[in-house]
Structure formats: structure tokens, C-alpha cells
Design a protein around this ligand. Sequence first.
Ligand SMILES: [Zn+2]
Ligand SMILES: [Zn+2]
Length: 206
Amino acid sequence: MPRPEDSPWAISVTQIASHPGEHATIDTTLPAPSGIGDRIVGISQGADIHVEGSIDSIVDGLVLSARVSTRLQAQCTRCLTPIDRDWQADVTAFFPYQMQAEDKRANAAGHANRDEDIDIIAGEDESEDTYPLSPDGGTADMEALLRDTFAEHLPTQLLCRKDCRGLCPQCGVNLNEHPEHHHDAGDLRFAGLADLKARLEREQQS
Ligand SMILES: [Zn+2]
Ligand SMILES: [Zn+2]
């Protein structure tokens, strides 16, 4: 069994967990998980992901507020030029104290309807920005949070520059590199007809 604290995305919260009012700064570099994004816009596996912010201990859990920054590998959607660009997102996440919360619910439930209680718990667990602490409460694992952050905030397409001219739709030349490039209007429009005419003439001659 791998220990939670051995995960490459583990952050120790032992100092502040279950101490409401305590506060810790976080400034760490984590490896990018595999499979982030796609061929068009993605983050290379193992790339540095910088997480900088704070963790506050409140009564029923830990609140993380941080800026996540890294470098994106992408391809311009218009001209296909590779893009290597800084990227960042601000995240807020909640790590509830599972054990304490369950104790409280058990007390509160008392004679109350157990089914109803379970429904409420399920509803809370669906919240996107809530993540479990390790069973001993001493470790917050950031992998799921990072994955969700990228899934939610990564752009699906990028341009190499705002006014990218893209590729020539007729021959694929990069119009940023060849701004004067063009085809004479007659070239292509009549090319097909010229072929046909030549073929008809050949057939008539034979
Ligand atoms: Zn471009
Ligand atoms: Zn062209």
C-alpha cells in the first residue's frame, strides 16, 4: 500500500489540520500528471507546476487558495505553429475533516431519518472543488485538484498571435511568413476548365 504522504502531489498539512485559525503559506512545485489536455493544447507530463498561495484551517476543514502556474504546449489553431506559453489559474478548494464531519453527522442524526442524512452527504461529495484529506488527516493530495483545474480552465484553442493570418487555403503556405503570397484569381478557377478543354481536344484528335 503506498502511503498518502509518498504521492508526488502530497502536501503535508499536519501543522494546521484540526487547528482552526491556523494558517500556512504554500509555495511548491509539483509534477504535471499524465494526460493533461490534448495534442492541440496540453501540458507535458512531469512539467513543473508551481502552486503558490495559502491554506487556512477552519472548523470543519482546510481551505486552499492558490495560483497554479505552468507552461503550456500548444499549436496555433490557424497556422499550426508550435506555441510554448506561460499559463496560470487561481483556484480555491476545500478539504473537509472527514472523521470529525462524520462524528457530527452521527450525533446530529440521532433519531433522524438515516436515508435523508445519506442523501445530504452524497450531495456534498459531488461538489467539484472539495477533495478528501488522507485518512489520518495529515496530507492533502493535489493530483485531483490539478486535473480538475486544467480540465476546467485550459483553453481549448490558442492563436500564436491575435492577428494570425493562418495558412493559404489553396496551398497551405504560412501567410504570416509570406504576407505577399496570393494566387492569381484565374489560376485555380480556370485550371479545371483548361484541363477539360485539353482533354476534349486530345479526344477529338484521336
Ligand atoms: Zn498562428
Ligand atoms: Zn497559396
